[in-house]
Design a protein around this ligand. Sequence first.
Ligand code: ASP
Ligand code: MG
Length: 298
Amino acid sequence: MIVMKFGGASLSTSDGILKACRIIKKYWREEKIVLVVSAMKGITDKLFLVSEYLKKNNIKEALKLIEDIKRSHIKALYEFDFRPQAVKTESEIINLISRLTNFINNISQKRITPARVDFIVSFGERLSCPIVANALEMNGMPAHPIDASHIMATNNDFGNAIPLYKKSQHHINEILVPLINNNIIPVVTGYIGFTHDGCSTTLGRGGSDLSASYLANLLGAKALYLWKDVKGFYDVDPNKNKNAKKFMKLSYKKAKALAKKGAKIIYYKAIEPVKNKNIPIYIKSFIDPEEIGTTVGK
Ligand code: ASP
Ligand code: MG
């Protein structure tokens, strides 16, 4: 069993989603897969902007932005699917959006606490997840969307929550393992979790890498694949410096140090959970999936 994570850049268009499906299918023929997805590109930023509008009591702009988010997701969905299944996914999207709008209409006069911000920004992953699951099914792979705010138990450090191994393990065994055993790909929302009293939490910006790494640990995965919009882990940003050099291999220690120093390719906190079980991380390009990426290991 392997865990794969696709980031927002790969899920920014219906083309990107279909490309991700092709990559997944290739691996799926040989391996059981657990998929972790982040929000579509730019959506988490927009949701943070929604909470900023609410802090200024500008509900009109907040709701306008949510309408815009709703439209972009439905557009992405219908760009690749017109079957009755797409209608089901659309109704799921509309459901999620009304949950968010109701919440906003209710809290608008109250203080926008970190817990409330987390609830708002968690919707990016909640929205992308059923779309990706639908795309997999359309491409012949049984899949099921899973909201991690029912499986990833965390502490209550809102905005930077830390997953709790023992509590999450129980939910993972109960919810994910039966799907995996029956060859259904669980499509899990990255970035989000929940506290012991049921509040939504987020794991920090870029946190879906951390979700994927925790899942790899808790499921005892063979490998963790992180699909990115660059060809691997470089010494400097390859989009800004054409002399950037790609690492073929990196130790966990070096990768963590570079990520902590600012390399955006991986969330530094994501190294530890896989390191604890000696699970290799393969950083690969979703644009060029045949290209050898970077392996992070012992
Ligand atoms: N969607 C979240 C963010 O933009 C998490 C992630 O992309 O990993 O930070
Ligand atoms: Mg993101």
